[in-house]
Design a protein around this ligand. Structure first.
Ligand SMILES: [Cu+2]
Length: 153
């Protein structure tokens, strides 16, 4: 019975996510939103598919449960390179500065760079409740609003 109770928030989260992603589907035509992990094991990570477009992510908000691990699967459907960096607002600003300095080593553990047509995965565990962002830090993209607001509750 306890096990069943634990399943419920995860399923509810997955349903909300599916609705959210469906609502944000837009014109990309990539309507396949695969949410894995909402059936058998409560601990299995969820997969969230995100398309990188010029110049935005096809998802703008995401809500996850604290402690949850999300396997992000990014696909660059645009014509220019994009990246995704996960962190809180302060980390985003820090990373933005690093990315504008060509001599710095920009890529850290929670980041991925994808050329047009490429796909890649980035796994991240949102340990604590709060507000996080996934930002693209190619020149000008973050400032142009290429970010996903992640609420961890
Ligand atoms: Cu970008």
């Amino acid at each position: 019975m306890t096990l069943r109770a634990r399943h419920l928030p995860l399923i509810a989260g997955a349903v909300a996510l599916t609705t959210l992603l469906a609502a944000c589907g837009g014109s990309s035509g990539a309507g396949t939103t695969d949410i894995v992990g909402n059936d058998a094991t409560p601990t299995s990570p969820m997969t969230v598919e995100v398309a990188m477009e010029d110049i935005k992510f096809d998802t703008t908000t995401l809500t996850v449960t604290a402690g949850e691990t999300i396997d992000f699967r990014f696909t660059n459907t645009g014509k220019i390179a994009h990246d995704a960096f996960i962190g809180d607002a302060a980390a985003q600003m820090e990373h933005e500065v690093e990315m504008s300095d060509a001599s710095a080593h920009p890529m850290e553990e929670a980041a991925i760079v994808l050329q047009p047509g490429e796909s890649g995965e980035l796994s991240y565990t949102f340990d604590l409740p709060g507000t996080y962002q996934i930002g693209c830090h190619q020149p000008g993209h973050y400032a142009a609003g290429m970010k996903i607001q992640v609420t961890v509750e």
